[in-house]
Write a protein that binds this ligand. Structure first.
Ligand code: TXA
Ligand code: MG
Length: 309
């Protein structure tokens, strides 16, 4: 298997057709992909990740037309799809009963999560395969999502027969998950497409509590090995400080020296991994503003620190 130097989108599509797993680069994080219609292939994803239970997965497709063949889109869903696809947003809609996204991939729900990724290599794989590809983040369960090829290979490379090298992920945080069920729009997971951007197009969001479940969101997700403290101004002995903004801590460990939120999002999971490799007493993180993309960054930080999200 020559996977570690990077396989082509065509090789990845061939592996998918055979029921094998692939590493799929996207602009958010690397995914561990399988043919969405093949329950045995989907089961292999859960096995490789060591997931404690079967969470519903995101089905990735090449364009909005393909998305509408697996989900039922109302006016609001179309508006969001048009505005943010291809890109870092996932829509949860009622499922069309075609079997193209199997029950196991949806964890038995009558809804389906769909995303059209923006990364050119991801789109090449999806076009070559010509069917939905389910792909959770390529990390083993409970670990930070991989945001570059080497980290993805380290996490779940053992389980795949094709690994596509798409470089470093430009966004670095998992997609925004929005559910649109019975005309109500709710934010299930904050991400690079912000709450404000969504509300501008479809009005105020519903409370995500009722009828909009996000079954895969464990509080302890995204945790590095080292204990994490957040909103910290000064590190304790033996801790690595992940700074934010000018003059805060060692620039090598800064989320963004200039205080740029996009840069901080793209660096977060990589810095968690690199900090872990030095086996520190702990990881301390400077305060990061909560507006815009900061909602998603702080969501991941709170989970890493062990607070219920
Ligand atoms: O950026 C991303 O979204 C990455 C890349 C690879 O696309 N994928 C990813 O997948 O983060 P995963 O499996 O780690 O997260 C999927 C999220 C979970 O929070 C899950 O609960 C939610 O999507 N989800 C999936 N299907 C759902 C459904 N039918 N209803 C509600 N939430 C759903
Ligand atoms: Mg994940």
């Amino acid at each position: 298997m020559s996977a570690r130097s990077g396989d082509t989108p065509d090789q990845a599509a061939t592996a998918l057709r055979r029921g094998e797993l692939i590493l799929l680069p996207t602009e958010t994080v690397y995914g561990l992909g399988a043919d969405a219609s093949n329950p045995a292939a989907v089961a292999a994803i859960f096995e490789a990740k060591g997931r404690p239970r079967f969470n519903p997965l995101i089905a990735h497709v090449a364009d909005a037309a393909a998305a509408e063949t697996i989900g039922v889109f109302d006016e609001k869903a179309r508006t969001l799809a048009e505005a943010f696809w291809p890109g870092p947003m996932t829509l949860v809609t009622p499922v069309r009963d075609t079997g193209r996204v199997c029950d196991l991939a949806r964890a038995g729900l009558d809804s389906v999560a769909i995303r059209v990724p923006g990364h050119a290599m991801a789109r090449a794989v999806l076009s070559a395969f010509d069917g939905p590809v389910v792909a959770p983040s390529a990390n083993r369960s409970g670990r930070p999502s991989p945001t570059n090829f080497a980290d993805a290979v380290e996490e779940t490379g053992f389980a795949v027969t094709a690994a596509v090298d798409g470089g470093s992920c430009a966004v670095g945080l998992e997609s925004t998950v929005v559910s649109i069920l019975d005309g109500r729009v709710a934010l299930l997971r904050p991400g690079a497409v912000t709450r404000a951007e969504i509300e501008t197009l479809v009005g105020p969001l519903a409370d995500s509590g009722e009828g909009h479940r996000s079954p895969g969101r464990l509080a302890a997700h995204y945790a590095p090995e080292a204990p994490v403290r957040i909103d910290v101004h000064a590190a304790r002995d033996g801790e690595i400080l992940l700074g934010f903004g000018p003059g805060v801590g060692d620039p090598r460990w800064s989320l963004s020296v200039s205080g740029d939120m996009k840069e901080a999002a793209a660096n977060l999971f990589r810095l968690f991994r690199e900090a872990d490799r030095t086996q520190p007493a702990g990881i301390a993180v400077s305060p990061v503003p909560t507006q815009g993309l900061g909602e998603a960054i702080n969501d991941r930080l709170r989970r890493a620190a062990g607070f219920v999200g």
